[in-house]
Design a protein. Structure first.
Lengths: 918, 282
């Protein structure tokens, strides 16, 4: 219900304005909807995330907590008002760009405004002051450390050797690969210009859609007569139900696994499942409560993880609620047990973990003739396209997917969210339809990290060499398949950790329950498995009197090692190098902890923990090609057409750097056309840490192909230097310059006169019934060490420091690689210590806790650059590898500090104290 | 249709409240979070434009925290050492964004079991001043907060201010908040301690309160009595002193954990009273 409009006069970004609006509305909504200032982001509407931070009379406030009527006579400053006169970035914005402090960019306006408030009051703050000032803004990508660096750098001349000048690439012939090039899409993220899912609007007037969702985990339902609802709300255009889906009312990740309805058909399998959708103007929808919709519920008992085998079966194709199983078997575990000197066993439980990206799912669809266009945040435009086609019953070519900027994904935006409903509505109503998830909806209705129940055992000889490893993990895959099969297949390959083990039996099962679907989340089950495996390594070391580093080094997979699937690792398998690099830091942390405890009189104890990880890059034993096109326009500009969606990790920048070097031009000469299924080829999904390795190879090949075409036309040799100029290309081959007149060439529909295409599909093989074969073309490795402090009287754990040595093949852009590692560590810390999603109970960002700026400790990153023979310029992925070792390192550190091993994560204060007092 | 009004005089505000019940909005930091999924049809009385109700001042034998004083105002105010605990609590309410908007009075009106301000205010013997067209009345804070989200405010009343008896020079205070992360955290347990220390270092008067362990934050009167005449010593705190608490299991922790943590934190808070500088954080 709206109050009468009022005209409010205030000062906005230095200018006097008068705005007529409902004074009871949130300032954030008025800024975005009425004034078009979408730089102010809405992450929660509850003051929990700080994304909407603006300055009110110079003081930082959440614009979602201010009634518009209150700004009368006040000064409001938004991110759009931060730049200098003339539009140049401010010193603070420049520092953010230089340090890579913005990844996805959704929290960036909030961070900038909080920092601007601080610097206006305290021009030269300490690190503690920066953390206090920015403590009200959550970031899910960066791990905060580069944000702190940037604010400190902006506040004064603190020379940092890490910094490269922004325009280093202007020195043309210098390779871009390996430099700290500022993000090519960075400026828009710092000015508020970047359009995320909720910022992109159709040109025409549009309708709004809201889903009505099940409040029950398991129920049957009927929808009654809707006529009274329509009569009571003239602005209600349509109530969509399952009967309205034009095509197949089922979707899912796997071709054989379409099991999730767009709208439930009389039966719901999880809380938050959509049962119908209201379409109308926003005010009308706001006035309709869910209870006003005539739905009769017949509630059924839930099917919990612990007893899912007892039924009832949630899907006919999954008897016993087992969706699928995975298995890797090698050697003879039982025979090896008998010969072993030491054995360790553990049972581990993990919880639902929510992606908690700060951008809730949002976007719109519009029908154009017999085609549908959807503009939304997504990690996988081509899979979306094919799914939407199935749901609408049309050909994939009739669907255009245009990804917006993505405000964090981490796997959660690999599944469809708003797309099916807005597409169905826009298709049927022939009007643009928009949907924005609320925070509770984003958390309650979308996929999660699989909870796991793991039993694992390991055996070693007297020298600590691993003889055998046995593992079984049940994974709660929730109501629908989603990426459950991926977890079930990936985990057995990785479960024994990055070690050579001759005898292995690893099995998994994905179990259906009446919880929200578990899907893809940074690591696909491997982080959960690593908690068990890395605990076993420490337990064996203790039994054998070995240092945790020593037992890992003796077993580490390296070049030429044979994995449990029988794969011989090629050049680039650099775990031994990671361990050697981290060794002095590890010894120092261990000594620091021991010295601290020797002098401790109070309840505080410190501990140092070590963990290793490995991770196969790309899909498991499945073809997952990427295709890229690079062309020259008539005006002499190079264009890279990249379908790889940048979800903040930086693939836009990485692709440009790789393609520029392949063509032999500076990256500033390359324009990027990104992620539009009508304009870019399929570069697969932004998942499985595959974009740098797979799409990067395709970009390299496209650049090389274009270079070859140019050189061929100029009859130049391979060492020739290419210079792009206005309307022409100059090729200098050993002092002989040839000019290619681009204006004389005929352009194609995209305005391209010369083109090169590149494709790469990582070479893998199918796995046999024992999981033997080549599941991945390459693997990334890492070793991380954590120093923690445990309050043994309260059970609280503070992480003091992390050292992370990562085998990345080649760091295409070290700043972005470090940013991925920092962000992965922050999520690993959350997994270990605080994150636990409970359906219906923690569907907001104050009951569901993710790390804040004060929770992520200083991180030292050590990059091991041992080129991978298949990677573009030797590079491999780092997105998921960044996270996997963190939680086990922290848990091992807690064990070192206290002697107590936490086997149920998150290790919240109550669980830690219970374990300590047992 | 819901009506939003923002009067500029106290008389005007009280007249509007006399007309019919309205949702009173000051800082908005609890108001809007309760309206994420849907917006109820309600009349809103935004009191943020009322004059003269923001500055924290000494008035006779009282310190007065008016209804528009924010947490940030409190942190910045020059107050005696006995307010150090309340200031520490203020610095841990939400983030700076919330501290800049949220009011201390709003915190007691919202009456959350985990309200950050209430334990310290209880130990400061705060009183609540309510105003209506019929006049003013003053009641102890302990009588104002009746239960979760329930207070003694009548629909036609506005909470005008908190008034706190000016503590003696010898008074000191501590506050400890336990949460599962550094910032933006709702308390699992919090403890406020206040004591007047005699010249010989012994406790002349003590007040101890625990929050988030019962529907309303509770004073530990038995402990307070046992501390009199003693030097601050954590060993004086016994399990029986926590009898008034009735913690529950929730997403932040189990009841058993809350009992154990409350005992530990009360001991630390008492120990801090004897320290040179009172502790400010868990």
């Amino acid at each position: 219900m709206r109050s009468p409009l009022a005209t409010i006069a205030f000062t906005l970004n230095g200018r006097a304005v008068e705005v007529r609006a409902d004074p009871a509305r949130r300032l954030a909504d008025v800024l975005r909807e009425d004034l078009g200032l979408t730089g102010t982001k809405i992450g929660c509407n509850a003051g929990d995330c700080g994304a909407c931070t603006v300055l009110l009379d110079g003081a930082q406030v959440c614009a979602c907590l201010v009634p518009f009527g209150r700004v009368a006579g006040c000064r409001i400053t938004t991110v759009e008002g931060l730049a200098e006169e003339g539009g140049a970035l401010s010193a603070l914005q420049t520092a953010f760009l230089r340090h890579g402090a913005a990844q996805c960019g959704i929290c960036t306006p909030g961070m900038l405004m909080a920092a601007a408030d601080l610097l206006a009051r305290t021009p030269h703050p300490t690190e503690a002051e920066v953390m206090d000032a920015l403590g009200g803004v959550l970031c899910r990508c960066t791990g905060y450390r580069k944000i702190i660096e940037a604010v400190l750098d902006a506040s004064g001349p603190i020379p940092s050797p890490q910094l490269n000048p922004l325009r280093r690439d202007e020195a043309k012939r210098e390779p871009s690969v390996g430099t700290r090039l500022a993000k090519v899409d960075g400026v828009a993220k710092l000015t508020g210009a970047e359009k995320f899912g909720a910022d992109a609007l159709p040109d025409e007037p549009f309708l709004t859609l809201r889903a009505v969702r099940s409040p029950h985990a398991h129920a049957r339902f009927t929808i009654g007569d809707l006529a009274p609802l329509y009569a009571a709300h003239p602005g209600l255009v349509r109530v969509l139900t399952a009967a309205d889906i034009p095509g197949r009312n089922l979707y899912g990740i796997y071709p054989t696994g379409k099991d999730q309805p767009v709208l439930a058909e009389g039966y719901v399998r999880h809380r938050g499942e959509p049962v119908c959708a209201l379409v109308g103007d926003a005010d009308t929808l706001a006035a309709i409560r869910d209870e006003d919709v005539p739905i009769t519920w017949h509630v059924l008992p839930p099917v919990p993880f612990e007893t899912a085998a007892d039924g009832p079966d949630l899907h006919a194709h999954a008897p016993g609620n087992v969706l699928c199983r995975g298995r890797v078997a090698r050697g003879d575990v039982e025979a090896a047990e008998a010969a072993a000197h030491a054995r360790a066993a553990i049972a581990v439980r993990t919880s639902f973990v929510e992606h908690a990206y700060i951008e809730p799912e949002a976007g719109y669809a519009q029908r154009i003739g017999d085609r549908i266009e959807v503009v939304a945040c997504t990690q996988t435009p081509y899979m979306d396209r094919d799914e939407i086609a199935g749901i609408l019953g049309i050909a994939p070519e009739q669907v255009r997917v245009v990804p917006t900027a993505v405000g964090g994904g981490f796997g959660g935006k690999l599944d469809l969210s708003i797309q099916p409903l807005v597409c169905v509505a826009a298709w049927l109503l022939r009007r643009p339809v928009r949907m924005v998830y609320t925070r509770p909806e984003s958390m309650g209705a979308t996929t999660k990290r699989h909870p796991a129940a793991i039993h694992a055992e390991a055996w070693a000889d007297a020298e600590g060499r691993l003889l055998a490893f046995r593992f079984h993990g049940d994974f709660d895959t929730g109501a629908y398949a989603s990426w459950g099969p991926t977890v079930a297949n990936r985990v057995p390959v990785h479960a024994m950790g990055p070690y050579a083990v001759p005898n292995v039996l690893c099995t998994t099962a994905a179990i259906h329950t009446t919880a929200p679907p578990s899907g893809a989340f940074r690591g696909f089950g491997v982080p959960q498995a690593a908690i068990a495996g890395e605990a076993l390594m420490d337990m064996l070391a203790e039994r054998l009197g070995l240092d945790p580093w020593e037992i890992r080094r003796r077993n580490a997979l390296g070049v030429g090692s044979v994995t449990a699937t029988g794969q011989v690792l090629g050049p680039g398998a650099a775990l031994p190098e990671c361990l050697d690099a981290i060794r002095p830091r590890w010894q120092a942390l261990r000594a620091e902890a021991t010295a601290f405890n020797r002098n401790a009189r109070g309840p505080l104890r410190r501990g140092a923990g070590l963990a290793c990880m490995w991770y196969g890059i790309g899909n498991t034993s499945l073809s997952n090609p990427s295709e890229m096109v690079m062309g020259l326009r008539r005006d002499g500009r190079a264009v890279l057409f990249s379908g790889a969606v940048d979800i903040g990790q930086g693939s836009n920048t990485i692709m440009v750097q790789i393609a520029a070097d392949a063509l032999g031009v500076p990256p500033s000469a390359v324009e990027l056309v990104a992620g539009d299924t009508d304009r870019t080829r399929d570069a697969g999904k932004t998942s499985a840490s595959r974009q740098t390795f797979v799409s990067g190879n395709a970009a390299k090949r496209a650049g090389e192909a274009l270079r070859a075409e140019i050189l061929r036309r100029c009859n130049a040799g391979p060492e020739a230097v290419i210079t792009l100029a206005e309307g022409r290309v100059i090729v200098n081959d050993g002092g002989v310059a040839t000019t290619l007149d681009l204006a004389a060439l005929a352009p194609d529909a995209e305005g391209i006169v010369l083109r090169g295409e590149g494709r790469f599909d990582p070479p893998t093989t199918e796995l046999d019934a024992d999981g033997q074969g080549i599941p991945y073309a390459t693997y990334a490795f890492a070793a991380q060490a954590a120093l923690v402090e445990v309050d043994t009287a309260l059970g609280t754990v503070r992480v003091v420091r992390i050292v992370a040595a990562h085998d990345v093949g080649r760091a295409i852009n070290p700043t972005l690689v470090e940013g991925q590692i920092h962000g992965g560590i922050a999520q690993g810390l959350g997994l270990a210590l605080m994150e636990e999603f409970m359906p219906g109970r923690t569907e907001n960002l104050h009951d569901y806790l993710i790390p804040t700026i004060g929770d992520v400790p200083p991180i030292e990153v050590i990059l091991i650059e041992q080129p991978d023979s298949l990677g573009p310029y030797g590079a491999k992925g780092v997105g998921e590898p960044a996270l996997i070792a963190t939680a086990p390192a922290i848990l091992n550190a807690i064990a070192h500090a206290t002697g107590v091993r936490m086997t149920h994560v998150p290790a919240t204060p109550d669980r830690v104290l219970a374990a300590l007092t047992q | 249709m819901g009506l939003y009004l923002r009067p500029t005089t106290l008389e005007g505000a009280l007249a509007l409240l006399a007309e019919r019940p309205r949702t009173v909005l000051a800082g908005g930091t609890d108001h809007f979070p309760a309206r994420v999924a849907s917006t109820p049809d309600e009349d809103i009385l935004d009191i943020s434009a009322l004059p003269g109700l923001r500055a924290i001042v000494r008035h006779g034998s009282y310190w007065v925290v008016p209804c528009l004083a924010t947490w940030s105002d409190l942190i910045a105010a020059p107050l005696p050492a006995a307010f150090d605990g309340l200031k520490a609590a203020a610095r841990q309410v939400g983030g700076p964004q919330v501290q800049n908007l949220g009011t201390v009075v709003g915190n007691i009106c919202n009456a959350s079991p985990a309200a950050d301000g209430i334990p310290c205010l209880l130990t400061l013997d705060a009183e609540v001043v309510l105003a209506s067209r019929a006049g003013r009345r003053t009641i102890p804070l302990a009588d104002f907060v009746l239960g979760p989200r329930r207070t003694a405010r009548r629909p036609e009343e506005l909470v005008l201010a908190l008034q706190i008896p000016a503590p003696p020079e010898t008074a000191r205070a501590s506050f400890l908040k336990l949460g599962a992360r550094r910032y933006l955290v709702i308390s699992i347990v919090m403890v406020a301690a206040y004591a007047e220390i005699a010249a010989d270092g012994r406790i002349a008067r003590a007040r101890i309160a625990v929050g988030a362990c019962s529907p309303v934050a509770r004073r530990l009167f038995a402990l307070e009595a046992d501390l009199i005449g003693r030097r601050p010593d954590p060993a004086l705190v016994e399990v029986r002193h926590l009898a008034p608490l009735a913690p529950i299991d929730d997403v932040r922790g189990t009841a058993a954990y809350r009992r154990a943590a409350a005992l530990e934190l009360v001991r630390r808070a008492v120990a801090a009273l004897g320290a040179e500088e009172a502790l400010a954080a868990a």
